[in-house]
Design a protein around this ligand. Structure first.
Ligand code: DAH
Length: 339
């Protein structure tokens, strides 16, 4: 018995385990339940009592060593299978998650590009603005109630967070001579409680055109072309009289509701129309404040909210969604016009 054990010990120490098949065969022969080592355990009964202890210990040693060797061979071969595989180079690669633009960036691009195709150039101004460019030059008189139309975040007596992009009109007109056709996108701020319908910051696109003989008819034609390019040829516009300090005459422009197509819904409050911008003929005082002669030049201007238009295009029900950075919202815009 002892000799048999010794012989098996030599056999397992020198066994060839270089392939998975050989390792498997080794395990079956030595470690498996019906392997030779367990057979020897069965024969332990016939070993004389005084030798049992010694033979038993030897057998245990043999058994442990055999399973050690089998396990090491099998696990190193399994590891090699994963790591050394050359890889199937015809398999498709791991998919790359492509990013997307923020819906407001998409809509801002859509709007400015529409005007660019009509010959407008792009201008930007500072978000921290002074009283002159945000109010005074735009014909908001000191202490005039019109200043309260917009709840302003003041920084100090003379500086504030701009309440509208109309301030860029003043900056451009002060520097450049007509003919001017300019579109000014940007972020604006108002001291309002945040809700589904109002926010303390939002985005506007302001535009204007100044030249000789510019009339209200030019304004109407421009806005109609813009609206139909953005919302489709069946979109209708409606101009209603309004008031802004920097335009005379002033109007508000509605578009036929894009959600219900005029049938009446919650977005248009069952009127069939949705207001999307303010507009008008630039007040002669504003032209004068910017160094232009209103006897020679006239112009029109308009301003709209980007969030509102994005709401109509993409049916966004709550303004707060734009700034919460919730990927479930943002992911829906992945793959939209992306340029
Ligand atoms: N600045 C206005 C606002 O924030 C919008 C506006 C109205 C802009 C008429 C204009 C305009 O340029 O002509 O509510």
């Amino acid at each position: 018995m002892e000799e048999k054990i010794q012989a098996l010990m030599t056999e397992i120490e020198s066994a060839d385990l270089s392939t998975p098949a050989l390792a498997e065969a080794f395990r079956n022969r030595f470690v498996a339940r019906k392997g030779v080592i367990n057979e020897l355990f069965d024969q332990l009964k016939s070993v004389p009592n005084e030798d049992k202890r010694k033979v038993g210990a030897l057998l245990n040693q043999l058994k442990n060593r055999a399973s050690e060797i089998a396990e090491a061979a099998l696990s190193s071969q399994a590891g090699a299978k994963d790591n050394d595989r050359p890889g199937d180079i015809t398999l498709p690669g791991d998919p790359w998650q492509k990013g997307g633009r923020h819906p407001l960036a998409l809509v801002q691009r859509l709007i400015t590009d529409t005007f660019r195709r009509m010959g407008y150039s792009l201008a930007e101004g500072p978000e921290i603005e002074d009283d002159w460019h945000n109010f005074t030059a735009l014909n908001f008189e000191e202490n005039h109630p019109a200043r309260e139309m917009q709840d302003t975040f003041f920084i100090d007596e003379n500086n504030l967070l701009r309440t509208h992009c109309t301030s860029v009109q003043v900056r451009v007109m002060e520097k450049h001579k007509p003919p001017l056709r300019v579109i000014a996108p940007g972020r604006v701020y108002r001291n309002e409680a945040v809700s589904a319908r109002a926010h303390c910051f939002f985005h506007q696109i302001d535009g204007f055109c100044v030249d000789k003989d510019i009339s209200f008819a030019d304004l109407k034609q421009t806005l109609e072309t813009f609206t139909q390019t953005l919302f489709g040829q069946d979109a209708k516009i409606r101009l209603r009289p309004s008031y802004f300090p920097f335009t005379e005459i002033s109007a508000e422009m509605d578009v036929s509701c894009r959600i219900c197509k005029g049938a009446g819904c919650a977005v248009c409050k069952h009127s069939g129309w949705v207001e999307i911008m303010g507009c008008g003929m630039i007040d002669p005082n504003v032209l004068k404040n910017c160094g232009m002669d209103p006897e020679i030049y006239s112009g029109f201007a308009f301003g709209m909210g980007v969030e509102r238009i994005a709401q109509l295009l993409y049916r966004v029900p709550d303004l707060r969604l734009y700034s919460q950075n919730d990927v479930r919202f943002l992911e829906q815009f992945r793959g939209f016009v992306n340029y």
